[in-house]
Design a binder for this molecule. Sequence first.
Ligand code: PGA
Length: 245
Amino acid sequence: MLIFGNWKSYVEKKEDAKTLMASAKRLAGNTKHTIVVFPPAPFISLLASTRSSVGVGAQDVSDVSIGAATGEISAGVLKQAGATYVLVGHSERRARGENAERIFEKTMRALANGLIPVLCVGEKTRDSNATYLQELRGELDAIFSRLAPRDRLKVIVAYEPVWAIGKTAADAMAPADLREMVLYVRKVLGQYMPEKVAAKAKVLYGGSVEEGSARGLAESGVSGFLIGHASAEPASFKALVNALP
Ligand code: PGA
């Protein structure tokens, strides 16, 4: 499985970042799973190394490239710093006003610079008449419909229901519900790539994955997890990875 640790802004100290990375490397040496960490951007070059068993990604990327864009961190800079992956459209970015147009631009910038986009999608709430499925489909359609066929195959989808983010294991989605949602995401992707390819597309789950919820969720057909708070502390991340089948 792909085990992606989104450190968000939990990690402020360089020493803490190094400790977490060292711990992730020990884990990577003892597990069949692929581990990638997403530190705050200034730590990327400190932690990334082509020889490392742990990949490094960025939490966001600018929608503009080279030029007069003060404060932006372009895909080219992230690539140079050593990032391999980049999150686009995380709900915490969407909550700050990021719309589909900008998420699409970010995805394009990432692809143009050889970064693998991890497109985060997910409904804000659940309702009994399944409008959350339309919300989810809309977020996927907005990006996939505009990508060239070969680029569609490069995007990893992270399904993160907003209502499940930042809580505890008990608040994560139920494994049976996740199984349905993963099938649904792959069904939507089937419109944009051959169905056989879509059936195996990389779909991650994120939202309160912790030691206590990881194992059950891992058996729902997902390709891996995007882990927030539990990845930002060595002991909780280790316990989570060790709980995986
Ligand atoms: P969480 O965050 O694991 O803290 O719920 C997941 C995410 O937002 O990527």
